[in-house]
Design a protein around this ligand. Structure first.
Ligand code: SF4
Length: 456
């Protein structure tokens, strides 16, 4: 059994898309390092975005992300600015400095969009080139953004860091044998991978802090989301309305969890700082469910940290046995996985036993998302993504509650649901895999604007 690190899946990043924004950003930074180590003294940089990255890249800020990566921008170190601001600075400068050498680069002219998906190693492929004055290619590298901000190619190598081999059935058997719970199992796995107990705790505290911050920012930031939809943020008004309402017939937690999920999803849509869980497009589900349970049950942070480990394990099971990339398997791999992660974490917090209930909660949540398409309007991570986060958070609480309350034999295991997700993903038409060519995207966006929307 080879269980990857949950910290390869759960990461602090930025929106609006882990596969279309974060991954290309990391790939650009890697190519910059390559140019620094073996590039000539001068030249022009060029980027070709292929497949899904070309079709929905503008809405996902892919061009701005690669410009920021090539410029050497470091979101942890540098003054916090938006990716479009960094790209505008590069455009105004006409190039980037790499190791004291100057390379011409215009994000508006030197980023090409090639939507053909045939013969690509992955639907999210991008190529970087360094050209001489005659247009000859001096250095080139191809990368694939394989989901959750992970990249293949260049110094990242041939396999994403999430490559592993395990099933939840194996994990549960191991837990039963050792008398460990799922949180303890994941902690032990991280220790075997070289992290000390203190390092694990520090990373969990950072992740939970970033999740809480993204909810708070989303609840207090008003205005309109970037892009041609001119979508107004709803989380602050929704939250305020909930504070004022009394005697509502529906459970208050259901409305609250929606407000929290929408808050994070709107932050993500605005390019804000969120945690990949498992991706940024689906980043609202897990924090919303954890916060609502922490408040309702007065849980200490340590319990939430353990629940995060359980959520991460469920995400890893999908990532290693199927996919968490909308461009590969549709939204079932993103929002569906997020709902399963949150359901497992919620069940764990509600006292679900290791053998059956946590697995059942994750399966119940995922089962209802099998076949869910990825059809973002204008290629933006707004419609249907934001409301899908809210619905998936409610579904997660429902699945956790059912798993705890219902007894009896489980007919479908989580592993089986994951295998079904992989099969459905393989059979799904490319129109429904983050290309904005079908479904809501095709029906709602104005013809002539497909894939060409720009954040304003
Ligand atoms: S529809 Fe789902 S998979 Fe597609 S961009 Fe939106 S959240 Fe991501």
């Amino acid at each position: 059994m080879n269980v990857p690190s949950v910290f390869a899946l759960l990461k602090v990043g930025f929106g609006p898309s882990s596969s279309h924004t974060m991954g290309p950003f990391f790939a650009a930074r890697d190519f910059r390092d390559l140019v620094a180590s073996r590039g000539p003294a001068r030249g022009r940089l060029r980027v070709i975005l292929l497949g899904s990255l070309a079709l929905t890249g503008r809405g996902h800020l892919t061009g701005a992300a690669v410009a920021a990566g090539l410029s050497g921008h470091d979101p942890d170190r540098d003054r916090p600015v938006s990716l479009p601001e960094v790209a505008a600075e590069v455009q105004a400068a006409g190039g980037v400095s790499v190791g004291g050498r100057w390379f011409a680069f215009s994000p508006e002219q030197d980023i090409a969009f090639d939507p053909s998906v045939e013969a690509l190693p992955h639907p999210n492929t991008l190529r970087f080139e360094l050209l001489d004055d005659e247009g000859r290619v001096l250095v080139s590298e191809e990368y694939c953004s394989v989901g959750g901000g992970m990249v293949v190619g260049g110094s990242f190598g041939a396999h994403p860091s999430l490559k592993g081999r395990f099933t939840m059935a194996e994990v549960l058997t191991d837990c039963q044998k050792r008398g460990a719970d799922l949180g303890g199992f994941v902690r032990e796995n991280e220790r075997q991978r070289g992290l000390s107990a203190g390092e694990i705790e520090a990373r969990l505290a950072t992740l939970w802090g970033a999740m809480r911050d993204s909810i708070s920012r989303g609840l207090s930031t008003r205005g309109v989301l970037p892009g041609p939809l001119r979508l107004a943020r709803r989380a602050p008004g929704l939250y305020e309305a909930l504070q004022e309402r009394e005697g509502i017939p529906l459970a208050r937690e259901m409305d609250l969890v929606s407000a929290y999920a929408i808050a994070v999803a709107e932050e993500n849509a605005a390019g804000g700082r969120v945690v990949t869980a498992p991706t940024t497009g689906a980043a609202g589900v897990v924090p919303a469910v954890l916060r609502v349970l922490q408040e309702a049950l007065a849980l200490p942070d340590e319990r939430i940290h353990n629940a995060l480990l359980v959520a991460g394990l469920i995400g890893l099971a999908v990532a290693t046995n199927a996919s968490i990339a909308g461009a590969e398997v549709g939204c079932q791999g993103e929002v569906g996985t997020a709902s399963a992660m949150a359901a497992a974490a919620a069940c764990y917090l509600l006292g679900g036993d290791v053998e059956a209930q946590v697995d059942r909660a994750a399966e119940t949540a995922l089962e209802h998302y099998l076949g869910l398409t990825c059809d973002p309007v204008y290629g933006l991570v707004q419609i249907p993504c934001i409301e899908r986060n809210a619905a998936a958070a409610v579904a997660a609480l429902h699945a956790a509650s059912l798993a705890v309350l219902c007894r009896g034999e489980d007919r479908i295991s989580f592993d089986t649901a994951v295998a079904a997700l992989a099969e459905i993903g393989r059979d799904m038409s490319p129109k429904y895999k983050e290309t904005a060519l079908g479904g809501l995207a095709r029906l709602l966006q104005h013809r002539g604007h497909r894939g060409s929307s720009l954040y304003s």
